[in-house]
Design a protein around this ligand. Structure first.
Ligand code: HEC
Length: 128
């Protein structure tokens, strides 16, 4: 009896650990190439709405870089967007290309704050 109970506990623990490590594997972004990603960001037309550096545009799409969404959230949005964005199935935009695009978006650094640019500092709205 105890032997079966132990086996059951071991099986449940094993299932839990396996599931958890699979989830973890999906959370970690696969290795991508930022230079290739930039070319793909242009090639697939992401830039047309999000801007060449993912900076977004008030009229077409939000900013997606710097600090892109975590990889898992990003790829699931690309596969099944909920708003105006067209969806990209894996048959059109393979996971490998998403990994490269993610590497590109992650490589984009923040620009200078507007307050440090003399021509903009006088027109910048300061938080109250
Ligand atoms: C036709 C315009 C258009 C194109 C092309 C486009 N997007 Fe989008 N994207 C949007 C819009 C608009 C949103 C805002 C949410 C919505 O309406 O779907 C968005 C949202 C997103 C988001 C979620 C942002 C967030 O913070 O929730 C990601 C990530 C994203 N786009 C990535 C991409 C990538 C990568 C590509 C290229 C493979 C791409 N988009 C191509 C219009 C576009």
């Amino acid at each position: 009896m105890t032997k079966y109970r132990l086996a059951a506990i071991a099986a449940v623990t094993f299932a839990f650990v396996t599931t958890f490590s699979q989830l973890e594997a999906q959370t970690v972004a696969p290795a991508g190439d930022a230079a290739l990603g930039k070319a793909k960001f242009m090639g697939y037309g992401c830039y047309e709405c999000h801007g060449t550096m993912g900076q977004g545009n008030y009229f077409s799409a939000p900013r997606i870089a710097p600090h892109p969404l975590p990889y898992r959230a990003l790829i699931s949005y690309i596969r099944r967007p909920s708003g105006e964005m067209p969806s990209y199935a894996a048959s059109i935009l393979p996971d490998k290309d998403v990994a490269d695009i993610y590497a590109y978006l992650s490589s984009i650094t923040s620009g200078k704050p507007a307050s440090s640019i003399p021509a903009l500092s006088s027109v910048t709205t300061k938080p109250k």
